[in-house]
Write a protein that binds this ligand. Structure first.
Ligand SMILES: *Cc1c(COP(=O)(O)O)cnc(C)c1O
Length: 366
């Protein structure tokens, strides 16, 4: 798994995105929930590229796509995505004309916003209900105050968001109960009721509502011990070995000299650093795969380069090292790499920087 089929310009660091695995994860989520999907492709599809990801997911016939801003939705529209695109972060009324012009679906939760949307000519929107996350949405026990405006401007959908579905601490059940109470107080049941994120999808089957909103599961992140289904890895973060040095006993590696050679060591330099999204917190604790061998990060991760101790891993300049994902049968999962980097898997994926080119593999025939 070295240089063979890698195009010339992938000489530095890049991310292989396995669209076949993405699609299999999406199908697994649909099978488990027995519901159509609203795939969350916000934050550039969790760093993997919203346009190619959305195009690949067309194959599962999603109900809509979920994004977090007008700009993200506009990017998908300009790429030719025709399905509904729902913007899940609250939009201020001043931005609603842009939302409408872009052909996007807002999520609203107060009378001023609903009336402003209506005054623009209306169109589909979803009502956000806060059942305990306390981030966005109308409070579950205050939705009655919206009854009048909901009668004149009924939403196409209504949803809530779970804060700890992966914990199994009873909070999902409490939030669901509040959601049911809120639904019962709406003047009419909207056509699309939805609540489940990846963690909820993976732990219950079928989903109790009309559609589900998977995010991180699609991109290969396991949702923990309660999950009945587990995703395939989708992203493989790789970087090229650009130099190899043999250093003498007692010599140090990188800034602040935090790594010291015990005996002679072979140190490989990768053309990848924290400005590529490989976290500095992985200094001296990160692991990489080199030609099937797992090797440690040596010293502090710098902006543009990092070093590996490859004393026990045969390799040469020009070989690719794998920082995340599978290589020759071994795998560094997103979760494992994130744990060593001291971040959540969400942060690790969305922190992959633009200068790391994305390469798309296994593009399904649509
Ligand atoms: C991000 C998000 C999701 C998806 O969450 P995952 O944990 O990535 O599955 C679902 N719903 C809303 C409202 C979100 O903001």
């Amino acid at each position: 798994m070295n240089t063979e089929s890698t195009p010339e310009h992938f000489l530095r660091a890049w991310v292989d995105v396995d669209l076949g695995a993405l699609l299999r994860n999406a199908r697994a989520a649909a099978r488990q929930s027995q519901r159509p999907l609203i795939p969350m492709v916000k934050a550039d599809a969790y760093g993997l590229g919203a346009i190619p990801v959305a195009r690949a997911l067309e194959a599962v016939d999603p109900l809509a796509f979920g994004v977090s801003s007008i700009a993200e939705g506009t990017e998908l529209r300009e790429a030719g995505i025709q399905r509904p695109i729902i913007v899940f972060t609250p939009t201020l009324p001043v931005d609603l004309p842009r939302m409408r012009a872009a052909g996007l679906t807002p999520t609203l939760d107060d009378e001023a916003g609903i009336r402003a949307w209506d005054a623009l000519g209306g169109g589909a929107w979803h009502l956000a209900i806060d059942t305990g996350m306390h981030r966005a949405g109308a409070l579950w026990d205050e939705v009655e105050s919206l009854a009048e405006v909901l009668r004149t401007s009924p939403p196409a959908g209504v949803f809530t968001h779970f804060h700890s579905a992966e914990l199994g601490d009873g909070s999902l059940e409490r939030q669901e109960e509040r959601f049911r109470v809120a639904l019962g107080r709406l003047p009419a049941r909207p056509a699309l009721v939805h609540s489940d994120n990846s963690a909820a999808i993976t732990r219950r089957s079928p989903s109790p509502w009309d559609c589900v909103r998977p995010g991180v599961f699609l991109y290969g992140v396991d949702t923990g011990p309660l999950a009945a289904i587990h995703p395939e890895q989708v992203a493989r973060f790789r970087a090229r070995i650009v130099e190899i040095h043999t250093i003498a006993d007692g010599e140090s590696v990188s800034y602040d000299a935090t790594f010291h050679a015990h005996g002679e060591r072979r140190i490989a330099t990768l053309a990848c650093g924290y400005a590529d999204g490989y976290r500095r917190h992985s200094s001296n604790v990160g692991r990489a795969l080199v030609n099937g061998h797992e090797v440690p990060v040596a010293g502090i991760v710098t902006m543009d380069m990092l070093m590996l101790d490859v004393t026990d891993a045969p390799c040469k300049v020009g070989d690719a090292a794998t920082l995340m994902g599978s290589d020759d049968g071994a795998t560094l999962t997103v979760d494992a790499v994130a744990a060593r980097a001291g971040v959540s898997p969400y942060e690790l994926l969305t922190g992959l920087r633009q200068r790391v080119e994305r390469r798309y593999l296994g593009a399904p025939a649509v």
